[in-house]
Design a protein around this ligand. Structure first.
Ligand code: UD1
Ligand code: CA
Length: 454
């Protein structure tokens, strides 16, 4: 039986932020959320999160039925933090401790650590080119694990050790409890250090197993904003390279950010500086121009999204054309071949097959039939200040430029709205709708004369 304890009570002083460190985001998600999702892959009996600094915010951000919280009211160190959760762990269980600030920890590695911990303590170690900041692993002349020494407590010689403590430790629950109660705080920071249980175990004649990894990304801890940005870049680079291996044409793998998941069909082309948020699916042959933001959307095969478009919460069928400079808001559905051009905003609206709004329009809460043409400057007045109302256009409706469609409104198939109309009443099929003052041509009209000339 496995119990996972995630430490997330620290202030994160080095971030110099009001936000608790574990809530800073990597790839669009709080650091702690990454850790919890990875832990879930091990199917533990329980997920314990130790909170303290900013406890309410942290709880709010990650609350879930499988998570139980434990308060560490004073941050007296990682060892003290684990003690807050231990009474809630089954005595016969294996306890796996993770840090909320090590976001990309890998499930397979954790599995390995947990599996080796049924009899005694295990620590996950890594060899790093630059071990600065980490606790160093000290070994005996014969190579056996001796202890972890923190950066702040280490001698110059110890600082030269490049093998580090990743923070991941597992041990049988009762053994861990016993060891933790014996840990003192006689060190530079006056804290109860979790890794000190390992040295105590060795003194007891209990060997400590070391699982080692060379995956620097997986074990990187975040202590300051530089490390956070660095890890974000590494993460993005790795994601981009995987996409390319899977057949996606990224114009520049250094200039795409994926804050969520991107699934692509074949021959998808993505130009520079695109940001992907949430769940995005791009089917075969989709082309995305430069500087687009795509968020929770599905774009079907052959659709072209031109530069500077923002698509959020939309379903787009095949061979549509969007942008440049389009804003597609949640609830938009475009049937195949639809076109949404520059400076057009759509929201909660359906466009039928081949319908177009090519320039400067706002289409909200609307059902647009097939083969409609919405002229430049068309606005659906969907909001009366209190309620939203729908605009319904049949098939083949033509809306002349600069028209105002005041909802609720229904224009049946084939209606033709003269440019500049304010349309307030429903119209039957195939009618011409004009809602504007008639033009007058006044002859013999006198231009105003300048007062000075009088
Ligand atoms: C810790 C380890 C170090 C290791 C490194 C790996 C200790 C003493 N040191 O150092 O050996 O190389 O992580 O990243 O364990 N926390 C609490 N309560 C506390 C103190 C910390 O919940 O009282 C939490 C923090 O929120 C954080 C985690 O524990 O998520 C690690 O704490 P941090 O202060 O960042 O430890 P490091 O100095 O990075
Ligand atoms: Ca840390």
């Amino acid at each position: 039986m496995l119990e996972v304890v995630v430490l997330a009570a620290g202030r994160g002083t080095r971030m110099r932020s009001r936000l608790p460190k574990v809530l800073h985001t990597l790839a669009g998600q709080p650091l702690l959320t990454h850790v919890l999702n990875t832990a879930r892959q091990l199917a533990p009996a329980r997920l314990h999160v130790v909170v303290g600094h900013g406890a309410d915010l942290v709880k709010q951000a990650v609350a879930a039925p499988d998570v139980s919280f434990h308060i560490q009211s004073e941050q007296l160190g990682t060892g003290h933090a684990v003690l807050q959760a231990l009474p809630s762990c089954a005595p016969e269980s294996t306890v796996l401790v993770l840090f909320g600030d090590v976001p990309l920890i890998d499930a397979a590695l954790l599995q390995q650590v947990a599996a080796s911990a049924s009899h005694g303590p295990v620590v996950l170690a890594a060899k790093l080119e630059d071990p600065t900041g980490y606790g160093r692993i000290l070994r005996s002349a014969t190579g056996n694990f001796k202890a972890v020494v923190e950066q702040k407590d280490a001698t110059d010689e110890q600082l030269r050790v490049t093998e580090v403590n990743t923070g991941v430790i597992a041990a049988p629950a009762t053994r861990l409890k016993d060891l933790l109660h014996r840990v003192g705080n006689d060190n530079q920071q006056g804290e109860y250090y979790l890794p000190d249980v390992l040295a105590l175990a060795v003194t007891d004649g209990d060997p400590v197993s070391v699982v080692t990894t060379d995956d620097a990304l997986a074990i990187q801890g975040i202590n300051d904003r530089l490390q956070l940005e660095q890890l974000e870049r590494l993460y993005q680079r790795r994601y981009a390279e995987q996409l390319m291996r899977d057949g996606v044409a990224l114009r520049d793998r250094q200039r795409i950010d994926i804050r969520g998941t991107l699934r692509c069909g074949q021959d998808v082309v993505i130009d520079i500086n695109t940001v992907i948020e949430g769940e995005v699916v791009l089917d075969d042959g989709v082309t995305v121009g430069a500087h687009c933001v795509l968020r929770n959307c599905h774009i079907a095969a052959g659709t072209v999204v031109d530069a500077y478009s923002y698509i959020d919460g939309a379903i787009i069928e095949e061979n549509c054309r969007i942008g440049p400079f389009a804003r597609i808001r949640p609830g938009t559905q475009l049937a195949s071949g639809a076109r949404i051009g520059n400076f057009v905003e759509t929201k909660n609206s359906r466009f039928g097959i081949g319908s177009k709004a090519n320039h400067l329009a706002y289409i909200g809460d609307s059902d647009v039939g097939d083969a409609c043409n919405i002229g430049a400057g068309t606005i659906t007045c969907n909001y009366d200040g209190v309620n939203k109302h729908r605009t319904q256009l049949g098939d083949g409706v033509f809306v002349g430029s600069n028209s105002t469609l005041v909802a609720p409104l229904q224009l049946a198939d084939g209606c033709f709205v003269g440019a500049g109309s304010t349309v307030t009443d429903n119209a039957d099929a195939e009618t011409l709708v004009i809602g504007r003052a008639r033009q007058r041509a006044i002859s013999g009209w006198q231009r105003p004369v300048s007062k000075k000339d009088k």
